[in-house]
Design a binder for this molecule. Sequence first.
Ligand code: HEC
Length: 133
Amino acid sequence: MGRRAKRAALASALLLLGMISGGGYFGRLADASTAQGKLTGKKQPASAKVLYADNCARCHGADGRGQTAMGRAFAAPNLADAGWWKKERPSDKRLTASIRDGRNQNRMPTFGHQLSKSEITALVRLVRTFGGK
Ligand code: HEC
């Protein structure tokens, strides 16, 4: 197998894994908003925890440690490690940009097209709690 074919095979395996473990990228997001819509009668922004569970946990893990198959494959940082926060000292601006635009050649994917500004802000606050802040 050539390098490109290998990468393509890896990518589809990871995608499949994501679908199995997370119930699908967009499917879950749609489910969450439908469920909320039913509760309130209109479309409401999903809570940060729901957004995280649906979009982030498959790589970063429910606890932020990144110890999922996909988190390991993409080398997701341990967001629950106080040492990571101390070393990186990421500003809100940086965290917002990372979630909105992706980071490191989209190992961390771009979410700006599917999450609103306020949803991203809520996620920045949530990931900070993983590091004890
Ligand atoms: C496909 C796996 C994957 C998904 C899904 C994912 N991330 Fe990441 N994330 C990564 C990787 C890999 C990195 C490390 C990027 C790097 O090398 O700097 C990262 C980095 C981060 C960082 C640190 C950014 C920085 O500035 O150093 C934060 C915060 C983060 N992710 C939050 C999230 C949030 C919130 C979501 C959901 C909206 C999410 N991630 C979804 C893989 C993922």
